[in-house]
Design a protein around this ligand. Structure first.
Ligand SMILES: [Zn+2]
Ligand SMILES: [Zn+2]
Length: 148
């Protein structure tokens, strides 16, 4: 096993998950492609394990997410995306035009990060924030289109 594969195997063991080749391959794909959708992860996994089924990849993603090794985000209008950056309460910038997603650090450094003006009696432990707008590429192409 290569040292990177050993790193992913260690991640699985630390979460009490049995180490299997599909699990290692999916973790590796999520690390290599931040905010990737299931199709991208499936393609990346099949590059190394051509026989793995779509359902197997779905199942592994579910298990990794449940174990906290992978974070699942789903901006409205987007399919589910997966990332390996977990546990730091970071937020996301999403481009309205092309759907590009970028990370943005937690506003104050720790969850819940933002305080609701009225908790309604809930004990809040997380604020999930999505900043919507235009990515630099889309903003630039929009400017150039309006100036013929
Ligand atoms: Zn864009
Ligand atoms: Zn992220």
């Amino acid at each position: 096993m290569s040292s990177t594969a050993e790193y992913y195997a260690e991640q699985l063991r630390s979460a009490d998950l049995r180490v299997t080749r599909p699990r290692v391959a999916v973790l590796e794909a999520v690390y290599a492609h931040p905010h990737a959708d299931t199709e991208t992860i499936l393609d990346a996994v099949r590059a190394g394990l051509p026989d793995v089924s779509r359902q197997a990849v779905y199942d592994v993603l579910h298990a990794l997410t449940a174990a906290g090794l992978v974070r699942r985000i789903q901006p409205s209008g987007s399919v589910a995306r997966y990332e390996s950056r977990v546990g730091d309460n970071h937020h996301h910038l999403v481009c309205r035009t092309c759907g590009t997603i970028a990370d943005v650090d937690c506003a104050v450094g720790e969850a819940p990060c933002l305080t609701a003006s009225d908790h309604n009696g809930f004990e809040v432990d997380e604020a999930e924030v999505i900043y919507w707008g235009l990515c630099p590429d889309c903003a630039a192409s929009q400017t150039s289109r309006s100036q013929p």
